[in-house]
Write a protein that binds this ligand. Structure first.
Ligand code: AKG
Length: 289
């Protein structure tokens, strides 16, 4: 899979890029079944930090998944888009089921905690999502405000309260979120990224995004065979700004982030990272709360 200069320009201007057919139909079927089996059995309990909807640090426990998604091809695309040869995998890989986060940047949380490392020019981070179903009338993919990776974060304050009236108005107004001055203060285009299962979507860590919700706006309308399943990887230049982000995730108070404070050792994972052209970030000082 070779990307062109035009692909990179699109990514730099819009903050996202679809790369089609990175996975074959068989690989999608394998990953989707494997993920759903893990969530529907006790397997997700393999790490005490998981929940029945989120598996953190999955590659250390499920190398059969790693071998399909964490490939040299994906790493090479990330290098091309970031414009850096020396990348690390930020240890925040996750597999999620039935998860529809509201509008945010991936840097909203560190910014809320007063950090500014993500505003430095050497903060070069790309996230990629394997969505294991099409993004269609039932959602199943990613929505973004195109170009918002270049604009200030509007989500660090309190979201306006949602009342019955605002909900009804929201449902009745076409493109309500695009027109919403709080969600989209710069009047950018809202794109429900039209991925199909097997495509990979790359997105800038600073883009305004959310999980695409069903057109009916009712999650209960999603058929069982369309249950949203996605795996996300995050790659960053092997530099100080990335390291500051990695240090930050170790301080996050949510219980699920205990995986970052007590990372599982895996020689197979370390070797695989080298095989696909990733560097191992220098060990940070031991975490102290
Ligand atoms: O679920 C999605 O589609 C997007 C995931 C996301 O926004 C997040 O985990 O920060």
């Amino acid at each position: 899979m070779t990307l062109t200069a035009a692909d990179k320009k699109f990514y730099q201007e819009n903050g996202y890029l679809i790369v089609r057919n990175v996975l074959s139909k068989e690989q999608v079927a394998f990953l989707r079944k494997r993920a759903l089996d893990i969530f529907s059995s006790d397997e997700w309990k393999v790490s005490e930090y998981n929940t029945d909807r989120t598996i953190v640090d999955p590659y250390k426990y499920f190398p059969e998944i790693m071998k399909v998604t964490l490939t040299k091809e994906v790493v090479d695309i990330s290098k091309f888009l970031i414009g850096e040869d020396h990348l690390v995998l930020i240890p925040e890989t996750a597999i999620m089921k039935g998860f529809y986060p509201a509008w945010h940047k991936d840097t909203t949380t560190p910014e809320k905690y007063g950090h500014t490392f993500h505003l430095r020019p050497d903060f070069k981070v790309v996230r990629c999502g394997f969505y294991l179903q099409d993004n269609n009338e039932y959602g199943g993919g990613l929505s973004v405000f195109a170009g918002s990776h270049k604009t200030a974060d509007p989500y660090t304050g309190k979201f306006p309260e949602r009342t019955l009236v605002s909900r009804i108005k929201n449902r009745l107004t076409p493109n309500a979120e695009e027109k919403n001055k709080f969600l989209n203060p710069h009047g950018l285009k809202l794109v429900d990224i039209p991925t199909r299962a097997g495509d990979l979507v790359f997105f800038d860590f600073k883009i305004d995004h959310k999980g695409t919700i069903p057109k009916s706006q009712r999650l209960a309308d999603v058929p069982k065979d369309m249950t949203k399943v996605a795996l996300f990887d995050i790659f960053g230049a092997n530099d100080e700004a990335t390291k500051l982000y990695i240090d930050f995730i170790k301080t996050r108070p949510e219980a699920i982030y205990n995986f970052a404070r007590n990372p599982k050792e895996s020689k197979e994972f370390d070797q695989h990272m080298k095989n696909v052209g990733l560097e191992i970030p220098a060990p940070a000082p031991a975490y102290t709360s």
